[in-house]
Design a protein around this ligand. Structure first.
Ligand code: OGA
Ligand code: MN
Length: 200
């Protein structure tokens, strides 16, 4: 699990301050990845197609997004996600101390993208009312392709992230349109959003 030395949190804060995003390779240890992937295998049939659209008009549109998700309760995380949640709690506190963002809670889910599926360019903070502030993703398995592409507000590519197992990225939700490219094998992640208000 994250050997969450102050050093690593400092690095994340520093990168967020400088670039608006932070990328940390090998944040999850190999044994923890094995545990997480076996949870994944055990619960695979419980994943549901991710939907798009407004709250009262959610639809499955595979030409927009083809992943399947399984929500994890961040207030009561089952093992082995308690360790990730512990790390995220520390990160949230440090971010609040440094940037006064007032991040309160987060929502998170496991996701898999079947081979060839993708998520077209989008922004995580949908409408003005959204309180999503920081998006984060842990990557969980070896795949080919499946890059996360971050754009700036002028739609120029600023970062292409390879979803290497164990790596972690976080970025300011309202600053970066982004997309998930198709992968040749199933692509697994643990994804979430920190909010500026109590959400549940
Ligand atoms: C999302 C998303 C990025 C990724 O689920 O909103 O953009 O790399 N995920 O999985
Ligand atoms: Mn997104």
């Amino acid at each position: 699990m994250p050997s969450e030395g102050q050093g690593m949190l400092e690095q994340i804060l520093h990168e967020i301050e400088r670039n608006g995003f932070a990328l940390i390779p090998n944040l999850i240890s190999a044994p923890d990845l094995v545990e997480i992937n076996s949870f994944f295998n055990q619960h695979r049939s419980e994943f549901r197609p991710a939907l798009v659209g407004a709250k009262n008009n959610l639809q499955r549109v595979e030409s927009v997004r083809g992943d399947y998700t399984y929500w994890i309760d961040a207030l009561n995380p089952v093992s082995p996600f308690d360790k990730l949640v512990h790390f995220l709690d520390e990160l949230r506190e440090e971010i609040n101390k440094k940037f006064f963002l007032g991040l309160q809670q987060y929502e998170c889910h496991l996701a898999f993208y079947p081979p060839g599926s993708f998520y077209k360019k989008h922004i995580d903070r949908h409408e003005n009312s959204s309180t999503r502030s920081l998006s984060f993703v842990f990557y969980l398995n070896e795949t080919t392709g499946g890059e996360l592409v971050l754009y700036n507000k002028n739609n120029e590519v600023i970062k292409i992230v390879s979803p290497d197992p164990g790596s972690f990225i976080c970025f300011m939700s309202d600053e970066f349109p982004h997309e998930v490219k198709p992968s040749s094998k199933e692509r697994r992640s643990f994804t979430g959003w920190m909010h500026t208000k109590i959400i549940y």
